[in-house]
Design a protein. Sequence first.
Length: 458
Amino acid sequence: MAKMWDARFSKEENARVNDFNSSIRFDSRMFREDIEGSVAHVTMLGRQGIIGEDEAAKIADALKTIRDDIESGALPIDPEAEDIHMFVEEVLTARIGDAGKKLHTARSRNDQVALDIRLYLRREIGEIRSLLRVLLGTVADLAEKYAGAVMPGYTHLQRAQPVTFGHYVLAYAQMFLRDDGRLAEIAKHVNISPLGSGALAATTHPIDRHLTAELLGMDGVTENSLDGVSDRDFAAELIFALSLIMTHLSRFSEEIILWCSGEFAFVELDDAFSTGSSIMPQKKNPDIAELVRGKTGRVYGDLIALLTVLKGIPLAYNKDMQEDKEAVFDAIDTAKICLELFSSMLGTMTVRTDRLRQAASGGFINATDCADYLAKKGLPFRDAYRVSGKIVAWCAENGGTLESLPLDVYRQFSPLFDEDVYDAVDLDNCVNRRTVWGGPSMESVKRQIALVRAAISE
Ligand code: ARG
């Protein structure tokens, strides 16, 4: 097929080269943004008197019809086209003739694609933020329901101190809130218009870049034309933010995978979010959580791919930059499906509070509270720590727990022990007396839930 730029060429492109060069397979998903950008551009050309206002209106109308036709399927995307920009322009010219040829005045595909990708990412960031909010709502619901469900907290995957299931999952809410804040910041970097940078050196036509930016609802224009066409920092930032979202989802997935093992049995996944084995009839596997954990690696790969594309290219546009799209699109698609399915899996999961309490009761996770009891009675903490450690060793050898150890045995270790020690080592008290800001007490959990709910209703 003849190319728009074939004027200086004497041979047709090799077919394999055409395939290799073409980006239509993946950039056609930006057709709406491409047309949105072109409509703004042509409107500005008309208002500035660079082309006739009537021509501008005719082009804009035709562009909108092209968009509608692609949407309805009436206009199939030509897989042989070089990219979405060329495709739209070719259809435009075929439909309205000479007027269509004026659309590209004072513009290059370099600033065009830089704009399209920003518009596309702007919309996707909005969608990802909505998915994060759904997830945050699910976490808040879980936290509310299990605000008082005592469970062991771990360090080194060893039972450490008591917390509640509500407090536990709210730790993830904090991560997702930070993720949302990061996306809000990145959205500001994205929403700046590079249009008017031209191929690299702007243009001699009297365009109004601020007007196109305003028509597109963007917050400003880029300050340097060379940077305007070659900057993809915002895309790298977005993939990094998505990588962190995946990191958080992956850690949470790992917990869920452990928790639904027979060894923990803290939770049970809904049948709709589990899979069976082709040979072992008893199996119920947490495949969704495992896939989320596994797909995290591919998003990291997308980040490294884009950073590597950018690291060696001189200013300004180089065709290497076409490789930005598959990386950022894949990261977006992957993160979105993971966020969506993870939320549904979490929302339908059954929590076994009996198992949580059982695990909390067996592992001396109140030994610190026993030491704190003595410290509050005046024993220096280091000495109190030793006494509590000796009691744990005694229980481990002779059987027993801190909750059930007779007072006379307690007193063999320190005369400071009294009846109120049972109150101090009671698991619910251990949690609820941790009223420190950020701690696991009911009061603190309720405050955290309120913060999450306020953030998502903003
Ligand atoms: N398909 C190209 C891309 O994605 C559009 C820009 C092409 N510019 C050029 N000078 N060949 O980067």
